[in-house]
Design a protein. Structure first.
Ligand SMILES: *Cc1c(COP(=O)(O)O)cnc(C)c1O
Length: 436
């Protein structure tokens, strides 16, 4: 590579990233304070325009907050430190924040079917790390979903589980039924004796049989953690599945994906002793001060989800079913056709015929449709990620419904199957977004 393309941000990054970084570093070199302020302003407005105003966002791990939740997101709170319990804090003058620190976890715990919710952690990665800190010791074994089945980096050795020094083994997985291989599970657990089992994934087309997995966990005394990062919004509506009712000991979740709240995470459980250990892992373990500005929009989001009942979850699921059917009708290889494609807000498309998911996602983005790649359950070991993942939660929040999914499928077909020039497709994507 040309020396001029070696930047200072991450000269170790892969070539495509290095080129982009070098281009940006060259353009941004030597700005004075006014220049930085102006550049920041342009970046912010451009970002909002591209994704919020002109793009059709089908990325599964995002959302847009409701108007009331946005109005409750007061950024000034983020720099007001708060450590310890209301009534006994390290800092004084936080009586109003006390209210939010009680309201938000109560709302989240009740909505998710738990008794206790820890809501201070800034991300689901940290929520999972808090579970490892609370319930494992370095050197212990945990069993998680394989990466090709959507097992998240934070479940695996390269992520939070590795940081805790855990030995990570892949659960046996049935790529046809898209769940843990229940026949093989009991012997597998007896062989590996994990202290903790994590299910729940970054692609969740169908529910897990949590009760059956829990029964196998009980035989070896393993704790069952359900990572609901993607499906928390459906669970909140009483749809898809209710992991804590079905036997999961602990539920971790992102608050900003299908849940539709501020960035961050929650850990929910019914057991007081487990809740205490998770809480201590969160503070003083993994946080000191934390971003308290998240609490108000989190409480509002949870309250709105509770008040709305299953309506939002049902719309997300109906839109995904409609989109899967429409995409299949346009000739795209939608995953799990034999099972009706999906029972969640996710849809997966095999992208092998379109140059793989990274290339396909770039084409779609150039045409105003934003999403990402994901592993395809059952893909060959070592094969690069092979599927495109779609989530309907954001377009549903922006008031598109099943009746609009045909139009989205046409955009995808024009970009991927017909290979049309993305510039020519972009106006149609913008028009669809503006109508929503
Ligand atoms: C997105 C995701 C996470 C991580 O969430 P962050 O908030 O980005 O840390 C964890 N688990 C699963 C299954 C996810 O999909």
């Amino acid at each position: 590579m040309d020396e001029r393309e070696r930047g200072r941000i991450a000269p170790w990054a892969p070539p495509r990233a290095r080129r982009r970084l070098a281009e940006l570093e060259a353009a941004l070199a030597g700005l004075d304070a006014d220049g930085v302020v102006e550049t920041v302003g342009e970046a912010l407005s451009g970002h909002l325009r591209r994704l919020d105003e002109e793009g059709v966002v089908l990325y599964a791990g995002t959302n847009t907050m409701s108007a009331r939740a946005r109005a409750a997101h007061e950024v000034a709170l983020a720099s007001r430190p708060s450590m310890g319990w209301p009534g006994e804090k390290f800092q004084t003058g936080l009586e109003e924040l006390d209210v939010l620190e009680v309201l938000a976890p109560l709302q989240v715990a009740a909505l998710m079917g738990g008794g206790f919710a820890e809501v201070r952690l800034q991300s689901a990665t940290l929520a999972n790390l808090a579970c490892y800190a609370a319930f494992t010791r370095p050197g212990d074994t945990i069993a998680v979903l394989p990466e090709a089945a959507g097992g998240h980096a934070s479940h695996h050795a390269q992520g939070a589980a590795g940081i805790r020094g855990l030995n990570v083994v892949d659960l046996p997985y049935d790529a046809v039924r898209l769940d843990v291989d229940h026949g093989a599970l009991p012997a597998f657990l007896r062989g590996h004796r994990p202290v903790l089992v994590v299910v729940g994934a970054s692609l969740m087309l169908f529910p897990h049989d949590v009760a059956r997995i829990r029964a196998a966990c009980d035989e070896v005394g393993a704790l069952l953690v359900y990572d609901a990062s993607h499906v928390a919004g459906l669970i909140a509506g009483g749809r898809f599945q209710r992991p804590l009712d079905e036997g999961a000991h602990v539920l971790t979740m992102s608050t900003y994906k299908s849940f539709g709240g501020p960035p961050g995470a929650a850990v929910v459980t019914r057991d007081e002793e487990r809740a205490r250990r998770i809480s201590e892992a969160a503070y003083p373990g993994l946080t000191a001060n934390y971003d308290a500005s998240r609490l108000a929009p989190l409480a509002v989001t949870a309250a709105e989800l509770a008040a709305g009942g299953p309506a939002y979850a049902d719309r997300c699921i109906a839109a995904a079913a409609a989109l899967a059917e429409a995409l299949a009708g346009e000739g795209l290889p939608v995953v799990a056709a034999d099972r009706g494609w999906t029972a969640s807000h996710h849809v997966a498309v095999d992208a092998a015929a379109f140059g793989g998911p990274a290339e396909a996602a770039r084409r779609l983005a150039a045409g105003g449709v934003f999403l990402s790649g994901i592993g395809l359950p059952g893909q060959a070991p070592g094969e690069p990620m092979r599927a495109l993942r779609i989530g309907t939660q954001e377009v549903v929040r922006r008031s598109l419904g099943p009746q609009d999914m045909g139009e989205i499928a046409v955009l995808v077909r024009r970009l991927l199957v017909d290979g049309e020039d993305p510039e020519r497709v972009l106006p149609a994507a913008r028009a669809l977004r503006r109508r929503a």
